[in-house]
Design a protein. Structure first.
Length: 257
């Protein structure tokens, strides 16, 4: 509007000056037309200025938003670099741990095999109770060690489980029916195991009782007066009567040097 007013004032002044100085008279209509043209030109120029100003504001706003996005991306990239650096450190630690695991697997595999050999030898030298069950357990352990689809931890767990089962035998009493092979004959008898200190048998008709002599690795027939205590022990093991003291033959203690 200032430009419009300036042009209008300049036109008025020019007209007054012309009249005052006696210059060649210009037709009034022509002068007014020139003034209107100047006004329109000024208005168009003002509109262009305003458009340019609006465009500049818009571009400046986009520039500020772009700067903010760039700053956000810079911070995000910095975080990613820190995360990547941390992950590289963790990968390095995992590589070391994997190497250690490989070393442990190479060492623990033979160790577990030796443990199975020791347990197998122990079962062989022990009193011969539950022979089929214990032999099957040892065979399963050896077969398991050959399998690649069984993890090392599972192999170790099952080996420790077998050791625990054998350990529990030493503090329990048990009775079961089985076949007694002695003197070239086979008979079905009832066995009585008292921990690992005694393995006894008794025929179903109670006519004969005996014990395992682990030193000679043979069965020894017992006196008739032990038939009743052994029968009571069998009934206690099968929970037919309440636990009580029972007299059973056990090997004499040896002096250990």
């Amino acid at each position: 509007m200032r430009a419009f007013n300036f042009i209008k004032t300049a036109a008025s002044m020019a007209l007054s000056w012309s009249l005052a100085t006696g210059a060649a008279a210009v037709p009034l209509g022509e002068a007014l037309q020139e003034g209107d043209a100047g006004n329109r030109a000024a208005a168009e120029a003002q509109q262009q200025v305003e458009q340019v100003s609006d465009e500049a504001d818009r571009l400046f706003g986009e520039y500020r938003r772009t700067l903010q996005e760039v700053e956000s991306l810079r911070l995000y990239n910095q975080q990613l670099r820190e995360i990547i650096a941390s992950q590289k450190g963790e990968i390095g630690e995992l590589d070391v741990q994997i190497k250690d695991i490989d070393d442990v697997e190479r060492k623990i595999g033979p160790l577990m095999t030796r443990m199975i050999d020791v347990l197998d030898r122990f079962v062989e030298l022990d009193i011969p109770f539950l022979p089929k069950e214990r032999a099957a357990r040892m065979a399963d352990l050896r077969e398991m060690m050959k399998r690649s689809d069984v993890s090392l931890s599972e192999k170790y767990r099952r080996l420790m489980e077998a050791y625990q089962v054998e350990n529990e035998y030493g503090r329990t009493i048990e009775s079961y029916k089985g076949t007694l092979d002695a003197n070239g004959t086979s008979r079905t008898v009832e066995f009585l195991r008292v921990g690992r200190i005694a393995l006894l048998y008794q025929t179903v008709d109670m006519e004969e009782s005996g014990r395992w002599d682990n030193e000679s690795r043979t069965w020894v027939v017992l006196e008739d007066d032990l038939r009743r205590p052994i029968r009571d022990g069998i009934r206690m093991a099968t929970k037919q009567i309440a636990p009580d003291l029972v007299r059973v033959p056990v090997p004499a203690a040896e002096t250990v040097r």
